[in-house]
Ligand binder design. Sequence first.
Ligand code: NDP
Ligand code: 8X3
Length: 249
Amino acid sequence: MKYAIITGASSGFGAASAKALQDLGYGLVLLARRLDRLEALQKSLTRTPVYIAALDVRNEADVQTVIGALPQEIANHVFILINNAGLAVGRGPLDTGLSEDWNHMIDTNVKGLLYMSHAVIPLLKKHPFSHLINISSIAGKDVYAGGNVYCASKHAVDALSKALRIDLLPYQIRVSNIAPGAAQTEFSLVRFKGDAQTAQSVYDGFEALVAEDIAQTVSFIVTRPAHVSIADITIMPTAQANGSLFHKQ
Ligand code: NDP
Ligand code: 8X3
């Protein structure tokens, strides 16, 4: 059985990708901070083995412990890592922003991805043609008003995808960067700290992406033949042209 490790599997893109990869026959290692969510997902995913663990990717020691504690049967058969855990916290000019929000984003989106990659790459190296998939964003390609630190963190993810493609070339590990535009998940609820009205207003007047759109992109990437590496996919709603321009009704 081939296994996929997914961070941020308790919601949105991560949960949808778990379902899609199980449909392709993969066993799953699902990681996030909310264990109750992972337990519910595990109950619904019955077709292949599903291993879950509570993990805050900001904690390097915990990342090492969780990956180090994987049963040998799983650790020897990891073919996919999806670095998906991430978030935006707040939106506005830098001078009125909060350093605790900046630290939260950089520690999760950038440092968490580094800790996970460092811990899991030795497992991927056992299997030529395995996949490391980073979830960046249109915010990693473009910068929009009030997006400063979130955009910087996703530009860092974009750069790390390019860097990892060089580092992992000798091992024939395929590194893919997915850059989604606006997708309706819990993302905006988290960004606006539980303000449901403001979160909903982000998606008013146009049809946003849904988590399954990203899961289908993941499925496409991992089902290419061994000689094909999808380096980078930017995927946006039809009603979105770049980081800030939308066609709203
Ligand atoms: P959700 O808020 O629905 O999901 C985010 C996931 O990340 C949750 O499972 C959450 O789990 C997990 N997570 C957050 N912080 C941590 C942490 N410190 N440790 C472990 N897990 C963590 O949002 P999306 O599914 O939309 O977001 C997934 C990724 O996609 C993020 O990296 C986001 O930046 C990116 N993205 C989102 C877009 C959108 O418009 N929705 C567009 C482009 C990119 P838990 O809280 O249980 O830890
Ligand atoms: C999430 C999409 O446009 O809010 O990465 O940055 S956006």
